[in-house]
Design a protein around this ligand. Structure first.
Ligand SMILES: [Mg+2]
Length: 142
């Protein structure tokens, strides 16, 4: 009986598609701390971090290389080589259906507004918190 109850109460991790395979996430961020934090939060719900990029140029290149496997991108704004807005423009030009969530520092509202106008689906303000990250990511993938 206990086994049956446990089975019934066990909810499917949010990072899995209905077919049981994980959503693939590409993390583009120059902060290793944020990359690690996001990876841990996403892994805790069985999302698959398919790759990470630590500057904008690498981020665009990896999105194109991995296409169409990436289900969601988390994108930092302030980064070397190409900033988040430029990366967003280039990815959206390449794939108008790309699902991109902006990871923003406090006080970057203008950037966030522009990013949303350019096609970003949502944003998360740092410091990152597990519930907030999972809620925004889930919303974008539904
Ligand atoms: Mg940064």
């Amino acid at each position: 009986m206990r086994i049956i109850e446990e089975h019934i109460n066990k909810k499917q991790p949010e990072g899995l598609k209905p077919d049981g395979t994980p959503y693939n996430v590409l993390i583009i961020d120059d902060s290793m701390f944020i990359v690690k934090q996001l990876s841990q939060i996403l892994a805790s719900e069985s999302y698959n971090v398919i790759d990470t990029a630590t500057d904008g140029e690498e981020g665009v290149r990896k999105y194109k290389e991995l296409y169409p496997k990436v289900d969601l991108v988390t994108l930092d704004i302030t980064m070397p080589k190409k900033d988040g807005l430029q990366v967003l423009k280039e990815i959206m030009e390449f794939d108008k259906d790309a699902k991109i969530v902006i990871i923003s520092a406090i006080g970057k509202q203008d950037f966030v507004k522009e990013a949303l106008l350019l096609g970003a689906k949502n944003y998360i303000v740092k410091p990152l918190n597990r519930e907030k990250v999972l809620e925004r990511v889930k919303k974008v993938l539904i």
